[in-house]
Design a protein around this ligand. Structure first.
Ligand code: HEM
Ligand code: HEM
Length: 203
């Protein structure tokens, strides 16, 4: 076999974060309508992962840091046009467009988590139970729902937001996945394998 020089790109934290997130995201997505606690536990685990990743974005290894993959307009446009010209500029870490997608996904996941906690709070559970925002929206028109077995207006309100965030995120996950496949092909580089092993071939 030919000798290949490998460089370490993704540390263990990024890799465990990513694949745990993938599993938990789909568990959460498909248990949203269940009454079991599986959805809540998956949601809490995702909140833990997000907290880790945000801290790791400041103190993690080189390519894990936000500063490594947040680029300006020029780099984003430059990369996009290099892709279109089929002469893609190579980056060891996230490329400028990929980096943008990473930030978008993280922001959307924070939105899902926050609205999920609000739904749970409106049901009287979790850390946001009885918090001011839930209380205000509940106080407006909740009296006749007490004990009626129906969802309160506050719960319905947050559920709509939570569901919208979930579906928008799923949409961008599909684009993310397509982006990974397309860039793997144009760079002739298996990005999925790199996210598993942590290594890429040196170029
Ligand atoms: C990636 C993370 C998550 C995804 C993809 C997700 C997705 C969903 C979906 C699709 C629903 C169904 C909404 C509907 O049809 O009305 C739902 C409901 C719900 N989610 Fe999440 N969710 C996530 C995280 C969370 C978190 C962190 C919490 C808070 C602990 C949470 C709490 C809830 C609650 C309480 C419901 C309503 C369940 C019910 O009463 O039927 N979710 N979620
Ligand atoms: C089977 C489905 C998926 C595959 C094959 C996949 C693959 C990948 C790959 C290869 C990367 C690295 C991209 C690069 O080289 O720049 C990546 C990054 C990332 N993906 Fe996915 N992904 C999948 C699903 C998801 C889902 C469901 C989410 C979240 C809802 C997600 C969120 C992310 C995030 C946040 C990053 C940045 C990683 C970091 O720097 O911490 N991915 N993904």
């Amino acid at each position: 076999m030919e000798h290949e020089e490998l460089i370490k790109v993704w540390d263990i934290g990024v890799r465990v974060f990513h694949w745990s997130l993938v599993v938990l995201f789909f568990i959460a997505y498909f248990t949203g309508e269940d009454d079991s606690l599986v959805h809540i536990y998956a949601g809490y685990a995702i909140i833990g992962l997000l907290a880790f990743r945000i801290v790791w974005g400041f103190i993690g290894t080189r390519h894990a840091r936000f500063s490594d993959f947040i680029y300006g307009r020029a780099a984003v446009l430059g990369y996009a046009s290099s892709l279109i010209r089929r002469r893609p500029i190579h980056y060891a870490g996230h490329n400028p467009v990929g980096g943008l997608m990473v930030i978008l996904l993280l922001v959307l996941l924070v939105g899902i988590s926050w609205s999920g906690l609000e739904v749970y709070g409106a049901q009287g559970h979790g850390p946001l139970a009885g918090n001011s925002m839930t209380m205000i929206s509940t106080a407006v028109a909740d009296d006749d729902h007490e004990g009626s077995g129906k969802d309160s207006p506050a719960e319905k309100f947050w559920e709509e937001i939570h569901e919208a965030f979930s579906n928008v995120t799923l949409f961008f996950v599909l684009i993310h996945f397509s982006g990974v496949i397309v860039t793997s092909l144009v760079h002739r580089e298996n990005l999925i394998r790199a996210m598993i092993t942590g290594y890429k071939q040196k170029r």
